[in-house]
Design a protein around this ligand. Sequence first.
Ligand SMILES: [Mg+2]
Length: 281
Amino acid sequence: MSRGHWLREVRGVLLDVDGVLYRGREILPGAHAFLQFLAAEGVPFVYVTNNSTLSPEAYAERLTRLGFPATPAQVVGSAEATAHLLKQTYPSNALRLLVIGETGLFETLQRYGFTLVDDAASADAVVVGLDRRLSYARLAEATYALRRGVPFYGTNPDRTFPTERGLAPGAGAILALLQAASDRDPQLVGKPERPIFELALERLGLSQGPVVMIGDRLDTDILGAKRLGLRTVLVLTGVTPEVPPPGPQSPDLTVATLQELHALWQQAIMPAKDEVPPTGG
Ligand SMILES: [Mg+2]
């Protein structure tokens, strides 16, 4: 059987964004055509990103501007997944949250009905995402709350993220500081943890058929998807430069680009010429 023959059975797609569709300002080879192909084939897809700094509305706008059509419901970021998890855990919404993060995280939590507070004494939980203007005072406030024993959530574990100048500290690095200061470990929401994948699958709305996760990171995209029993495709256009050795994190399929995946998928759904037709009787 040909490479990626199983793609013909796939009924839905989860798509990582950075390193898969674009890298910085560069659109990656075949990305637009691949999404057009999925749309034409009627294969639903959801964008899944650990980025917590944008609301689904803002993210959908950014994607659409870059030529990747997206509705807010089609974008599952770690801010949205965190709000969703909190709402499931505390349905009353009465929770007052001390939040380290940016506008997208604040807006998303408020949209879900949560109250945001600035002082440790009135916080019922601490939520931490990426904040590129973080102050010592804010970190101290979060630490005081955590030392009181309130629940501790982290939007995503990424310790760094790529910028034009190199790797910058990510939400995971801020979490590491708070872990050191509070002797507490956060409950994490983003990839590779389950909550973000579960929300993304809910958004796909499929009752059956395999779903494939397409990503560029072995330790988040691929590992997390495998834990949920999803099919996995690694694209080598992001942080993973070469075909990984076989192991617990190895994907079902590795491709150089989305262009290659597109070609394999087309091959997989073409009626096979050499297939023996079923004989009657
Ligand atoms: Mg990525």
